[in-house]
Design a protein around this ligand. Structure first.
Ligand code: MOS
Length: 745
């Protein structure tokens, strides 16, 4: 039997299989399902940042036209599994746990949901939400990072281990005694998830113990499990549908309180409830990249060999829950260095809980590390690429393992050539355009773990020679179905048009959340496995009991939808195998997961970003003129969709570097720019042509395709590249993002 996969070049740039549906508006997103008897929920939120809800006047609201319910902690139905362990009267506390909506009177942050109005139209629900009056007993609260930074502490989980989570290799703070050193502090402000599609859910109770939710989520099985647990109903009685997701970058990895509120409300009013949170509520209800302070110390010999890296980070979290991420991780493995120490702390403030945001902590960490590397290169009078090459980690210095594959040097070379790196004058503020703009070049490195976990896929082949594959993954934008159809086409050796890939439904075979750049790796492996299994079955059936019974399965070739035996005694189209056996369908389900290789190798994707900026010498306005990003993400299944990931990540990185910043007025604990007019994200006019390049070499160990991940590495390191380019243009080192004009004049 042939085991040759993924050598097909023919379909590598396949258009998105759902592209037409998306651009014509036929693709149905979670808030768009036409459900009969639908009602509308609108959340009322707290106007204080700390305290207790004393009373709530909902009388007017309850009598308003079309109103079906006003739900708050005063009248919320007891949800059996949700309120478990959270009864303050019994001395129980929910500290360290996700916010439990409408479960008690405590206010932790400004904008916390305190009531849900359900009405027969959206307009009536919105109007009525304004009639609900809550009175608060205010207490003091803290939202200022700098003012409270001395209260930062190690995460509880880390404290339970003796190390506090500190990492040490070799000697601590070795950089301090090195001949050449850099010591600098860096700040990332709070960045908020602002995809086009707002977080939304429609909850429909089909029976007293059976519910369907149409939900914006990256995690079908996660939402399914959380709802089943909260409402104490069997998991299989919860159906989660997320056929399309209009952009999610970590904001839909968890089940958030508004989702529970919608399910609770639908149960209470006995009708389906749709809840779409508003843009300003996106700032407080679905997580964000936390405000993070970092300090990096780098020490090197005079010829540019690193002798010490110290990396310390403090990130904000909420007062009720500890959110942690891998901010200092990159410093442990990205460069070869004998002495490395890292420390990570969190600072609880009266804000909502942060969450993962593309590249999660690594994006924040890489900004600090790769800006510091740039500073070191200038101190050493060494080209930033040369500095990185001299400290290239040939094996994983953290885990002491060989890399499964690493083409980072090739990335440096390829991208540097493309942007004309070596033609620049490296001296800061030395280059100008004809009309007097300062020109700057900068670069940054990205890396992220190349994951693979377990997933199951099913395939159904019909006698007409068409195939439907199902898997409970989601598609938050990368084009998952397109890549999966290509993988299946390559393994089955049938045209892509014959194959459908269905996702976005929790009743399909199990898959993990779409996150951590691991869907192609994980789900693609399951698709490969199920297609191989289907071919095996077809082979067995083709051999059958007749005169061909002496043919061995290993003698069969599968090509162009046809099975051929070595001795030519078998020559039959796949579909005819079913017809011959009078089978209307052939069904196979297979699970696939990683194995022993995970202990033998270190799996990472790598990227390099090069940026050219123009900076106005008087106003400090920064314009990104060119981006070249080169990724080592293993074998690229689809250059078009993977390239789109790189472009999206670069744009996210430009926003991070130059624009994004959620600002809280600490007097009130309230966001002042919680809308898309004041919270700036890049628009088309801000973005130049972006050159997305792939090394496109198979990883020999990760999975049958040889594909690593590309989502996170397309952003990680990008903000450093922009900041380093701004330094080269202006001679000004801005270490607190975003780099706005006021910091450059
Ligand atoms: Mo991503 S932060 O794993 O959605």
């Amino acid at each position: 039997m042939d085991t040759k996969f993924f050598d097909s070049k023919a379909v590598e740039g396949l258009d998105r299989v759902d592209g037409r549906l998306k651009v014509t508006g036929a693709a149905r997103y979670s808030a768009e399902f036409p459900i009969p008897k639908l009602t509308y929920g609108v959340l009322v939120t707290s106007t204080v940042a700390g305290g207790k809800i004393q009373s709530m006047d909902a009388k007017k609201a309850e009598k308003a036209p079309g109103v079906l319910a006003v739900i708050s902690h005063f009248n919320a139905p007891q949800i059996p599994g949700y309120s478990e362990g959270s009864n303050p009267a019994k001395g129980q506390t929910t500290k360290g746990q996700p916010l439990r909506i409408f479960s008690d009177d405590t206010i932790y942050f400004y904008g916390q949901p305190v009531a849900l109005v359900v009405a027969d139209t959206l307009e009536r629900a919105q109007f009525t939400a304004g009639l609900v009056q809550a009175q608060y007993q205010k207490t003091s609260f803290q939202t200022g990072f700098d003012a409270n930074v001395s209260s930062a502490d190690f995460p509880s989980q880390a404290k339970n281990r003796n190390s506090n989570g500190d990492y040490l290799r070799g000697e601590a703070d070795a950089y301090k005694t090195a001949p050449v050193k850099v010591e600098a502090e860096y700040v990332i402000p709070t960045e908020v998830h602002n995809p086009m599609e707002l977080q939304s859910i429609i909850a429909v109770w089909d029976a007293p113990d059976k519910v369907t939710v149409y939900d914006k989520t990256q995690s079908l099985k996660g939402v399914q499990g959380t709802i089943a647990q909260a409402f104490k109903i069997p998991v299989e009685n919860v159906q989660v549908v997320a056929t399309y997701v209009g952009g999610a970058f970590g904001n839909a990895l968890r089940t958030w309180p508004h989702e529970i509120a919608a399910v609770m409300a639908a149960q209470k009013v006995g009708r389906p409830v749709k809840l779409v949170i508003s843009r300003d509520q996106m700032f407080t209800m679905v997580g964000y990249r936390p405000y993070t302070w970092q300090k990096v110390g780098l020490g090197a010999t005079a010829d540019g060999k690193l002798v010490g890296i110290s990396h310390e980070a403090i990130s904000q979290t909420s007062t009720y829950e500890e959110f942690t991420e891998g901010t200092v991780n990159v410093s442990k493995f990205l460069y070869a260095c004998p002495n490395v120490n890292t420390r990570y702390k969190i600072l609880p403030l009266n804000v909502s809980t942060p969450t993962w945001m593309r590249g999660p902590g690594e994006a924040s960490g890489a900004f600090a590390l790769d800006c510091a590397m740039d500073e070191l290169a200038y101190q050493l009078n060494l080209d930033p690429i040369e500095l990185r090459l001299r400290n290239h980690a040939d094996t994983d210095p953290e885990r002491n393992l060989p890399w499964s594959s690493k083409y980072l040097k090739e990335c440096y070379q390829e991208a540097a050539d493309r942007i004309g790196w070596f033609k620049r004058n490296p001296k800061p503020r030395s280059m100008k355009t004809e009309d007097g703009m300062l020109i700057g070049y900068g670069m940054g490195t990205g890396s992220f773990s190349a994951g693979r976990s377990a997933a199951t896929a099913s395939i159904q082949m019909l006698a007409d020679g068409t195939y439907t594959i199902q898997c409970a993954t989601t598609d938050i934008g990368p084009g998952t179905a397109t890549a999966m159809v290509q993988i299946a086409s390559d393994v089955l050796q049938v045209p892509v048009e014959k194959i459908k890939f269905q996702l976005g439904n929790s009743s399909f075979p199990k898959a993990p959340s779409q996150g951590g750049s691991s869907t192609v790796s994980t789900v693609g492996s399951a698709v490969t496995a199920v297609c191989v299994s289907l071919k095996n079955k077809l082979g067995e059936l083709a051999i059958g009991q007749g005169e061909a019974a002496s043919v061995k399965p290993a003698d069969l070739t599968f090509a162009n939808g046809q099975i051929t035996s070595k001795d030519q005694s078998i020559k039959i189209a796949y579909a005819d195998v079913l017809k011959k056996h009078s089978l209307p369908t052939l069904d196979v389900t297979e699970e696939s997961k990683s194995g022993d290789e995970r202990r033998k190798y270190s799996f990472y994707s790598f990227s390099v970003h090069f940026v050219e900026v123009n900076v106005h010498p008087a106003t400090g306005q920064v314009k990104v003129k060119r981006v070249v990003s080169c990724a080592d993400a293993g074998k690229i299944i689809n250059h078009k969709t993977a390239g789109s990931q790189v472009i999206g990540g670069a744009i996210g990185g430009i926003g991070m570097a130059l624009m994004e910043e959620a600002v809280i007025d600490d007097r009130f604990g309230r966001y002042v720019n919680n809308n898309l007019a004041d919270y700036h994200v890049p628009v088309h006019a801000d973005i130049p042509a972006i050159d997305a390049v792939f090394i496109d070499k198979k990883d020999p160990y990760i999975n049958p395709m040889g594909s690593k991940g590309v989502g996170e590495i397309s952003l990680i390191g990008m903000a450093a590249a922009v900041a380093n380019a701004v330094f080269h243009a202006t001679g000004k080192r801005v270490r607190d993002l975003p780099i706005t004009t006021d910091k450059l004049v």
